[in-house]
Design a protein around this ligand. Structure first.
Ligand code: UD1
Ligand code: PEP
Length: 509
């Protein structure tokens, strides 16, 4: 825990220093200290006295620790800056949370390398710790070690943390092997309209799981005598439901076939991880997964999830909307091919490097250099499909990109009842976005963006879209309450600032 606080304060100091445009040596000079001490402080490797924190705050002209630390964080954006330089994509929220849940399958120690330092991960860690699982950040705070106890204490679950994520639903698959009766709080996450738990219920029923949702909890009972006697056919090709079925199958004594499985990036990462746990899976990357379960898993495992295609797409959109040339390193190309093909058709000028392999030894990465381009609206509407279609979480970025292009683009989110509506927030910044119905928006470009103040929409990707438009908008904008962005992106504002964006985080005092 102390490691975590030191790491958080270190990152705050680093962000404030970078925002001031200082090097570590300049800050060291101002404090009469050394560059190596600042390096240690910023990496959470140094105990700091309150006096020292106050002195650093004075030197950087920035309040590092506020008396109201629980208050919401806001961003102030001075728009119209061109970006330049290189940025590396970090690991994904969606694989990170799946792997954290999958660690529940393992009696041994699980080490997850380079896991995303984001709020969604923090919530799941809080839940894991509350039920007795040991977690510890290693080294520079990028790797997480997870040590399970002999018995879980599910009655002590941190309900508040659990309710803030949707990912906790992925406890179902692993827990059905450990408990015969338990309850989980209703899952939260982005406010995107109804997202039912029924596909999970149906996929896990053949493993003996019966789920009833009442009084704010999913009440679960497990009949251990049951196991699937024919292939599990998913009605929807959902990501988390596929992951739940995979995790249930991983410790099922026998072979389980899952049909209509998602083959999306987070599912593939989970498959690679389960393989390291000794579970053979045939068909990874396809819609039929054959899982050779192992009833008892006790392995000290080390795994590094791959880079986030949605973050890569967000950075592409950042470059496009600000008319910049940047290089996006470590982009998982398999999960961006449709998006890039569409962008090429719209006129994007970009280069891609040769392929290399991610730390998981499997995912193919490239570096993408994006150059300022005058885009044209695509001929047809843009709509998502399960992988290998255009990723639903990338769709909002196409609304922003369409707003920079000449002509009209229809964006059709047929999946979520309540996500397209948030794209109309772009009108406050000068965008021409018309909501045709809850699923379709018509975007007319190009746009002359102008800055304003907006409260973050309660949905991660639309919130980032608004932030990126603010970066393109002349003048100063304020984006209020950015928890939703921090739920899925690591240090996004600070990392964009390194590329030349002017974004400052602040809190109400
Ligand atoms: C933690 C995590 O990994 N979250 C991702 C996961 O959420 P998750 O797996 O929870 O997605 P949901 O189960 O909510 O599915 C999203 C929506 O798609 C609908 N649906 C899904 C598949 C299908 O073939 N037909 C269909 O209609 C569902 O009814 C639901 O309304 O997948 C979503 C869709 O890719 C992504 O937006 C989320 O970022
Ligand atoms: C919808 C998303 O996430 P979640 O499933 O965590 O709500 C997202 O990542 O955009």
């Amino acid at each position: 825990m102390a490691d975590d606080y030191r790491g958080q304060i270190g990152r705050l100091i680093r962000d404030s220093r970078q925002h001031r445009g200082w090097t570590q040596s300049q800050l060291a000079d101002a404090l009469g200290s050394s560059q190596s001490a600042i390096h240690r402080i910023e990496h959470g490797q140094q105990n700091l006295s309150l006096e020292m924190i106050a002195r650093i705050g004075e030197a950087l002209d920035k309040q590092i620790v506020s008396l109201a630390p629980q208050g919401p964080v806001h961003l102030r954006v001075s728009g119209g800056q061109r970006l330049s330089g290189e940025i590396a994509v970090r690991s994904s929220k969606n694989a990170s949370v799946a792997l954290l849940c999958a660690s529940l399958l393992n009696k041994g120690k699980t080490t997850l390398r380079g896991i995303a330092r984001i709020e969604e991960v923090n919530r799941i860690i809080e839940v894991l710790e509350s039920i007795g699982i040991g977690t510890r950040w290693l080294g520079e705070g990028r790797d997480l070690e997870i040590t399970p106890p002999e018995r879980l204490d599910l009655d002590s679950m941190d309900v508040e943390a659990a309710r803030r994520t949707r990912s906790v639903i992925m406890f179902l698959g692993p827990l059905l092997h450990r408990e015969v009766r338990f309850k989980l709080p209703y899952a939260g996450g982005c406010n995107l309209g109804t997202r039912t738990v029924e596909p999970h219920n149906a996929a896990l029923r053949p493993f003996g799981l019966e789920l009833k949702a009442t009084g704010g909890y999913y009440h679960v009972e497990v009949d251990r005598s049951m196991s699937p006697d024919r292939p599990i056919v998913l009605i929807e090709r959902g990501d988390t439901v596929t992951e739940n079925a995979l995790m249930a199958a991983a410790r099922n004594d026998g072979v389980t076939v899952i049909r209509n499985a998602s083959s999306n990036y987070m599912v593939q990462d989970l498959c690679f991880f389960l393989t390291r746990l000794g579970v053979r899976i045939d068909g990874v990357g396809t819609t039929t997964l054959t899982v050779h379960g192992v009833p008892d898993i006790d392995v000290d495992v080390d795994y590094a999830p791959s880079e986030d295609p949605i973050e890569a797409m967000s950075l592409l959109a950042a470059a496009i909307v600000t008319g910049s040339e940047i290089t996006i390193r470590r982009a998982p190309i398999e999960f961006l091919e449709i998006e890039l093909t569409l962008l090429e058709e719209m006129g994007l000028d970009y280069d891609r490097s040769g392929e290399y392999v991610a730390a998981n030894g499997e995912t193919r990465l490239v570096d993408l250099t994006v150059r300022p381009s005058q885009l044209q609206a695509p001929h047809d509407k843009i709509h998502p499909m399960p992988f290998p279609g255009l990723n639903i979480d990338n769709l909002p970025f196409f609304a922003l990109i369409a707003a920079t292009a000449n002509g009209q683009t229809m964006i059709h989110d047929w999946v979520y009842e309540n996500r397209a509506i948030y794209l109309t927030e772009l009108t406050k910044l000068g965008g021409n976005v018309t909501l045709l119905d809850p699923h379709r928006v018509l975007v007319e470009g190009p746009t002359r963006w102008s800055g304003t103040e907006i409260i973050c929409p309660p949905a991660l990707r639309p919130a980032v879209v608004v932030l990126l438009a603010m970066m393109a908008a002349k003048g100063t904008s304020v984006l209020r309450n950015v928890y939703v962005i921090n739920r899925g992106y690591e240090d996004l504002a600070a990392r964009l600032s390194v590329l030349g964006a002017r974004i400052e985080a602040f809190r109400d005092i």
